[in-house]
Design a protein around this ligand. Structure first.
Ligand code: PLP
Length: 431
């Protein structure tokens, strides 16, 4: 065990997740690669945790932050006018497609979701909320309450009444072999049933991730969210799209994940990649919801000048370089390559994703059962070969990958080669 790992274990909680059995210490980064304390470099196919959206050591971001620090004001208070904050809010409101949108900034995705839930429950005078099975929304009481993923749900105490709906989870016997259309009809039937039988009061909102991040990049079939939205509109229930992982063009085919489904939500929450590593999150919502008196208080640090300088530079970079198109191009190359490999490697149970957000599910070839041990083996093999990925999913058997949106075609091919080689190695070991 390295000296640093021993020190980590001595002072950090032992539930704190570390990705590898021998975790690395990252000491530097450039472009889409990071370097560890031994000098070894890695292609970062997890972008931090989808945080380094445009790669490492980006001059535009560094200079914007340095310019802000050079003013002498790292942060005064959010009770004064902050130019960077207003400019960022204008951009996000415009990109959101939400009518009369307003933006409230936080420091994290958890706080963003907490804020959205506060706004929705306040507006609808109800503590009843709909959420999705296998979801993850953060680690505060409210965010955990709407989390439907047992491996991340570390509290059963809830400030909300939550009803969980079907979406990306299609494992139940009753759903097997169903067409998407039949599955969507069954889900909508279930939603109507929940509303008619379980929900005592008016329901405030549905919160959902367009692609479930921590859940293993699992996706509801196209058409499900639009079908749910029809019911929600009939009932006056608000729709909150959690875009913490899916925002900013990552899915390639839309700027925010929910736009892939032709649905305009009432609110979106965001965080992760916006500051390219600097902590910033927030909510963009219809103005009438945002202006509910007393609904949200002040956030001392949310949208502070340094974070907004980084975020403005990052967002401008994404738009100026059309990184959404790059996500589609490079992501499609990788997903198609993975699908080809999966067709001949029984150890790969599933390949899924959109743009630069894709996953492989490792299974026991004999039984088809989820294989977390093989996912752990994949992580070690790819780490050795110089690529970082993320492990996850409900069963710990999904490998999640979401490189920076700046990934080049050559890096996409290099990463694909490393991934396929690791899958071939594991396949040979177990078949
Ligand atoms: N929502 C989603 C979809 C997430 O994936 C996460 C974190 O992984 C969060 C919310 C919580 O964000 P944070 O860790 O910044 O609080």
């Amino acid at each position: 065990m390295s000296d640093l790992l021993a020190r980590h274990r001595a002072v950090m909680p032992n539930w704190l997740a570390l990705n590898y059995s021998e975790p690395i210490e990252i000491v530097g980064g450039k472009g889409n690669r990071v370097v560890d304390a031994s000098g070894k470099t890695y292609l970062d196919f997890f972008a931090g945790i989808l945080t380094n959206m445009i790669g490492y050591d980006v001059p535009e971001v560094r200079e914007a932050v340095e310019r802000q620090i050079a003013t002498g004001v790292v942060h005064t208070s959010t009770v004064y006018l902050l130019r960077g904050q207003i400019e960022l809010a204008e951009k996000i409101a415009r990109l959101s497609g939400i009518p009369d949108a307003k933006v409230f900034f936080t420091n994290s995705g958890t706080e963003a979701n907490e804020t959205a839930l506060l706004l929705a429950t306040y507006a609808r005078k109800s503590d009843e909320v709909l959420a999705m099975r296998q979801s993850y929304h953060g680690r505060s009481f409210g965010a955990i309450a709407v989390t439907g993923n047992r491996s991340w749900k570390n509290s059963s105490l809830s400030p909300l009444n939550v009803h969980f709906l079907h979406g990306a989870d299609r494992h139940l016997a009753q759903f097997r072999g169903m067409s998407d259309a039949d599955y969507i009809a069954a889900c909508v039937d279930d939603l109507r049933h929940v509303l008619a039988t379980e929900a005592a009061k008016g329901v405030a909102a549905l919160i959902a991730e367009p692609i479930q991040g921590v859940g293993g990049f699992t996706m509801a079939p196209d058409g499900l969210f639009a079908a749910y939205k029809e019911v929600l509109d009939e009932e006056g229930i608000l729709f909150i799209s959690d875009e913490v992982q899916t925002g900013w063009g990552r899915t390639g085919s839309a700027f925010f994940g929910i736009q892939n489904h032709g649905v305009t939500p009432d609110m979106m929450t965001f965080a992760k990649g916006l500051g390219n590593g600097f902590a910033i999150g927030g909510v963009v919502a219809r103005g009438d919801l945002m202006d509910g008196p007393h609904a949200v208080g002040l956030s001392t640090f949310g949208g502070n000048p340094v974070a907004t300088a980084a975020a403005n530079a990052t967002l401008d970079y994404v738009l100026d370089h059309d990184l959404q198109a790059n996500a589609l191009r490079t992501g499609t190359l990788i997903i198609e390559g993975l699908k080809e490999a999966a067709a001949r490697l029984p150890v790969v149970g599933d390949v899924r994703g959109k743009g630069l957000m894709f996953a492989v599910e490792l299974v026991d070839p004999a039984t088809g059962a989820h294989a977390p041990a093989l996912a752990a083996r994949f992580m070690e093999l790819t780490k050795e070969a110089g690529l970082l990925a993320g492990k996850g999913g409900l069963y710990g058997s999904a490998i999640r990958m979401a490189p920076p949106l700046t990934l080049t075609g050559d890096e996409a091919r290099e990463g694909l080669g490393i991934i396929v080689h690791a899958l071939e190695t594991i396949n040979a070991e177990v078949t």
